[in-house]
Design a protein around this ligand. Structure first.
Ligand code: SF4
Length: 251
């Protein structure tokens, strides 16, 4: 029998640190310089000091990858942010048995930053770590408005973005599983696996791919193959880049 001990979230989420920077959230407090919240980022750009963080990030990714189309960079940027949000919540769920409320109004984001200095949470409010609550925290509060913003601005297919969301979740779970097994914490691995399976059956993620143990096979193409030097990732729906496949652009 596995005995699961739930502990309350500590104010700086220190237990996440051994998992690596991708799982870490800066908290409590504000970033060292003024940054837009993610609520502000997902909304319409407005002429204030923050400018347009979402466009800024997509442009930054496009430049770094030499992406030939903005929607490719939009896809990669969305997958990156989704992976960060899933990593934090899965890590907390496994280690604490609770997740922090990632209300986008409390979460500041640096479009020029990388993990862990890209996300700053103003205060830690613990929530239960069941699939329905975690879905509300990540899917409803973040990935739905992010998907809507990217679809409106870059005409990225919804199926592609939800496929990215499923892939990012499976990737975070795989990382966590590897760390848990390497550290003799099979209880954590089991908790993360169960939560991941529950989340992948959520209506927004159901059908995005197939999870077998920790291996995920997605059903939509993320467009990364169109980047110069890009290819197929481990959870790709193809075995080689679909240079001439019509599925590649269908999302
Ligand atoms: S071929 Fe696979 S890895 Fe490459 S862009 Fe498509 S889904 Fe992504």
């Amino acid at each position: 029998m596995v005995l699961l001990l739930f502990v309350d979230l500590d104010p700086d989420l220190a237990a996440l640190r051994p998992l690596g920077g991708f799982f870490v959230l800066r908290t409590p407090g504000a970033a060292p310089r003024p940054l837009a919240t993610l609520a502000r980022t997902y909304g319409q750009p407005s002429p204030d000091a923050y400018g347009d963080p979402l466009t800024r990030r997509v442009q930054k990714v496009a430049h770094a990858l030499r992406a030939p189309e903005a929607r490719i960079a939009a896809s990669v940027a969305q997958q990156g942010l989704a992976a960060r949000l899933w990593s934090v919540t899965l890590g907390c769920a496994a280690l604490y048995g609770r997740v922090p409320d990632l209300d986008p109004r409390l979460l500041q984001w640096d479009p020029d930053g990388s993990a862990p200095d890209d996300l700053w949470l103003a205060e830690v409010r613990p929530l239960p770590a069941d699939p329905a609550t975690v879905a509300d925290v990540v899917l409803r509060a973040h990935l739905e408005p992010l998907t809507a913003a990217l679809r409106a601005r870059y005409h990225v297919a919804a199926g592609l973005l939800w496929g990215n969301a499923g892939s990012a979740l499976a990737g975070a779970a795989r990382q966590l599983d590897g760390w848990a097994r390497a550290n003799g914490r099979t209880d954590l691995a089991a908790r993360a696996r169960s939560l991941t399976a529950g989340l992948l059956s959520h209506p927004l993620l159901a059908g995005t791919g197939t999870l077998t143990a920790t291996a995920f096979r997605r059903r939509s193409c993320c467009l990364y193959y169109r980047v110069p030097g890009g290819g197929v990732c481990g959870d790709c729906c193809f075995t080689r880049p679909p240079r001439s496949s019509p599925r590649a652009t269908s999302g």
